[in-house]
Design a protein around this ligand. Sequence first.
Ligand code: PHE
Length: 345
Amino acid sequence: MRREDIEAILAEIGELKCKSQKEVEEARVRFLGKKGEVTRLFEEFRTVAPELKREFGKTLNELKQTVTAKIEELRAAAGEGGAAEGPKEDLSMPGEPFELGSRHPVSIVREEIVGIFRKFGYDVAEGPEIEDDYHVFEALNFPPNHPARDMQDTFFVSTGHLNPLLLRTHTSSVQVRAMEKMDLPIRVVCPGRVFRNEAISARAHCIFHQIEGLYIDENVTFADLKQAILLFAREMFGPDTEIRMRPSFFPFTEPSAEVDVSCNICHGKGCNICKGTGWLEIMGCGMVDPNVLKASGIDPEKYSGFAFGMGLERIAMLKWRVNDLRHYFENDLRFLREFQTATEV
Ligand code: PHE
């Protein structure tokens, strides 16, 4: 070991400048690393003559302290947070894009409709998908021999007793449960999945989604029903929308009607979406049958109400003009990605 070696290092370290943390790290390795110049001198120290050890030892320790202090000073000066090992990554590199999911079109439509009825003061009620005959049919005034009670139309989970379990065919069952347990007046919408034993095609599916609504209070009239539906239709399809009601039949409402909205594509002139009529059918509705109120313990002399129900896929078809129902259930990403921007709105 020669004194000049130590002085050479001191001279060099005195002059040393680093532009980045990377250069500081390189300097640290060069002087203090396992094979660094200072480390090497410490190894050589073992062979130094005993009478010189004291002096060289002191000088070497001073050298190490000087070099360490200088490296620390350079590291602080080079900025970038002074991380012990400097930045490992190239921060200017483009990042990995996030895979953005999107809402399903049926969910978009459901949220829109629920949002409109919430503004009107309706609550949301939910109920079981596996229901009993009582809540799906009996309490809703379906006669015992009604075709909906046939295995051909309804999926039964259990049979052979008075109140068999089945997959609900409409969410009117949730309205029955609401009438049983809620205080009057009742104002609810019931969104949910329903099941019917249908062959799957572009126009029919064995699973689909509904939103049904129920309003019960004193003095509720057909005029209230009509106004509620008109306001809903204008919120949903635009302020110029008109509605018309055609007489219909449901066991649980009397009178009953089908509701059409004016075609917002051709504005009544007739196109292939409205099949030339200028009108699109969107829902069924009616005044709750007194038998239904009675079955759930509500006095039909004092209270009256209206109910309505619509299919979400049907509304989605009108909104986006996707006319094959199967698209809504296949989860083909090419289809679902079409709704990415609709979700962000
Ligand atoms: N429950 C009916 C259906 O599933 C829709 C409906 C609800 C009709 C309420 C009238 C009143 O088709």
